[in-house]
Design a protein around this ligand. Structure first.
Ligand SMILES: Nc1nc2c(ncn2[C@@H]2O[C@H](COP(=O)(O)OP(=O)(O)OP(=O)(O)O)[C@@H](O)[C@H]2O)c(=O)[nH]1
Length: 600
């Protein structure tokens, strides 16, 4: 296909504004897939995506479209995720595109992620085609949405704005025509040395690493000798082809094309998204700058429920598929060898956990998530120096600490006027400090400073429920600021259980510790003897309960037993207690979930 007849584009939008539905419609109109295949949303094929109804991984599909001018065009569409935790996937999709459709839901108007994704597309230098979706809905506010789009940037003030219903298909043919006439064709030279960008990769146990790539210059054929420019690894092409959206082998790929490549490389670590692929014989001079994988912000321990080796392999493959997820080995006294996982947010952690189960059949035990703290020690030679702690067990004893700082975010919440009071009440409950408030018609924009550690499951669900699902949230790292935090240790049977250590804000300590021990009483598996559970902060036991024994307590006064039987029972139970001091206690996932659910 000539370059002038190719279009590489992404669809960007706020979560749930209809990207996947539009992607499916485009594939249906161009007959890339049959109507039957479309019964399920095709591009969302990870099980987690179907369960949550959101796109997690960006997906690519090639469509052949006969335009009104009589020519056939190759439209390579890249579906992108909309959730704030997956910005990194969006950036990758944009780097491989020349244009982007900015989709806005007419019932909600411009939202936080609409703007965030638009800014990413502007940075990538893409031409933007704005499209208003869901015009079939009775709640659609088309004129207001158009006005909001026009205000986003000077180009959009002039751009044609299409109105569609991705659900019914109304207006979708016009979108295809606009893609052909409004979005640019790729530039590049087939004769130049090969220069291709890896924008996605997956691991296949039989075929090794499979990459999705965009060719900017040159061409590719079966058996070509290639090199990954960052890792310097050389390999030859096992198979190449296009994504329709299934992998379909072809004989060549040329400048401007988007496709896949089976590398045969068995070590996932050697292939990095953002790396440049070139030819060994005619290498390109300059690789792409590459993406900067974002730094993880939330950390948790990942421990095997069954087998360490299977967990390790599955985790390594997932880190390849999702470079924003990072792992390093760690060992816990209570749980044995495992990993510390770094994530972009709580939702990201949840998705990784589910993908481990769905795609690899591996169950994983996750400890309480935490953020990275900067701990300034009392006896530090240089007052500017600090200890970076992302594992609570490494949090120093309080006697050694001068002060601690924690990551603070700027959170932008956009919510309907009638829910604003409740949203503000809850955000402040989660230690949000209001910085600004702006009126945007029927929507109110609230800007808060909020500790990252407060943005957990509870905060998200509270925000959604108090705003009846309408509030949108976007966050940006602001700075590290001093925080009054303390380490909370849990002792079971008088010995500390390292996997249950976590960091909390000091003012929450009295209430939290009380709730914690009460929950643990019912989740820690019982033994034959009573087990005291203590929550300890700065050397003081703030709360205590006893996990009741599995059977009756021989020492209980109201039991009608002979004295000698009681004494015999007591002797046995004492023996058990002593043994217990050396026994590991069992920690099922419910114990950690009980901590996650805690609210002040
Ligand atoms: N009424 C109406 N509903 C629509 C339209 N387009 C999409 N929807 C519905 O909106 C919801 C979200 O659509 P998706 O296509 O999954 O949204 P998305 O933007 O891909 O969402 P993420 O992948 O989670 O970012 C679904 O329930 C769709 O059925 C439309 O044109 N009209």
């Amino acid at each position: 296909m000539e370059l002038t007849h190719i279009r590489n584009f992404s669809i960007i939008a706020h979560i749930d504004h209809g990207k996947s539905t539009l992607a499916d419609q485009i594939m249906a109109v161009t007959q890339t897939v049959s109507a039957r295949q479309l019964s399920d949303q095709l591009l969302d094929d990870l099980t987690v995506e179907k369960n949550h109804g959101v796109t997690v991984k960006a997906r690519t599909a090639r469509n052949l479209y006969q335009a009104d001018d009589g020519h056939v065009y190759e439209l390579n569409l890249i579906d992108t995720p909309g959730h704030v935790d997956f910005n990194y996937e969006v950036e990758k999709s944009l780097a491989a595109s020349d244009g982007a459709i900015l989709l806005v839901d007419a019932t909600q108007g411009v939202q936080a992620q609409t703007v965030a994704n638009l800014r990413l597309a502007e940075q990538a230098g893409l031409v933007i085609l704005p499209v208003i979706n869901k015009i079939d809905s009775v709640n659609a506010q088309i004129a207001a949405t158009e006005k909001q789009i026009r205000q986003l940037n000077p180009e959009l003030a002039q751009a044609p704005i299409l109105q569609i219903s991705a659900k019914t298909g109304q207006g979708v043919p016009e979108v295809l025509e606009a893609i052909v006439h409004y979005l640019p064709a790729p530039q590049g030279q087939v004769q130049a040395p090969l220069k291709a960008l890896i924008f996605d990769s997956v691991y296949d146990p039989f075929k090794g690493v499979i990459v999705n790539l965009r060719l900017f210059d040159g061409q590719l054929q079966q058996n070509d000798q290639l090199q990954l420019m960052a890792s310097q690894k050389t390999f030859h092409v096992h198979e190449l082809g296009i994504l329709t959206p299934d992998r379909t082998p072809t004989t060549t790929l040329k400048a401007g094309d988007v496709g896949y490549l089976i590398t045969g490389i068995k070590d996932p670590q050697q292939v990095r998204v953002g790396d440049t692929i070139t030819s060994v014989n005619h290498p390109t001079a300059q690789p792409f700058p590459g993406y900067q994988p974002p730094k993880p912000t939330v950390f948790t321990g990942l421990y095997p429920v069954k087998d360490y080796k299977t967990l390790k392999e599955a985790l390594q493959k997932l880190t390849l598929n999702d470079p924003s997820f990072q792992i390093s080995p760690e060992t816990s006294d209570a749980l044995g060898p495992g990993f510390r996982g770094g994530f972009l947010g709580i939702f990201h952690l949840q998705i990784i956990k589910e993908r481990l189960l769905n795609e690899f059949g591996v169950e994983v035990l996750t400890t309480v998530p935490n953020v990275t703290y900067h701990v300034h020690l009392a006896e530090a030679a240089d007052p500017k120096q600090f200890l970076t702690v992302n594992n609570p067990v490494r949090f120093p004893d309080f006697s050694q600490i001068n002060y601690v700082t924690e990551p603070i975010l700027r959170a932008t919440i956009v919510t309907p006027e009638n829910t604003v009071n409740n949203v503000m009440k809850w955000t402040e409950h989660y230690k949000g400090v209001l910085m600004d408030i702006q009126n945007q018609g029927q929507l109110i924009k609230l800007i808060y400073k909020i500790p990252l550690s407060e943005l957990d499951y509870n905060f998200f669900s509270r925000l959604k429920s108090t705003s009846h699902g309408y509030a949108s949230l976007s966050t940006k790292f602001l700075d590290y600021e001093p925080a009054d935090v303390v380490r909370l240790d849990v002792r079971v049977n008088y010995s500390r259980v390292d996997a249950l250590t976590f960091i909390i804000h000091r003012p929450d300590a009295p209430q939290l510790t009380q709730k914690l021990v009460t929950k643990l009483k019912y989740t820690i598996p019982r033994r034959l003897y009573p087990m005291p559970v203590q929550a300890v902060v700065e050397g003081k036991v703030l709360a205590r309960v006893d996990v009741p024994p599995l059977r009756k307590n021989a020492a209980a006064n109201n039991e009608k037993r002979s004295i000698s039987k009681k004494q015999a029972l007591l002797r046995r139970q004492n023996l058990n207690k002593r043994q217990a001091a050396h026994n590991d206690i069992e920690l099922p996932q419910e114990v950690f979930n009980a901590i996650l659910d805690l609210e002040v």
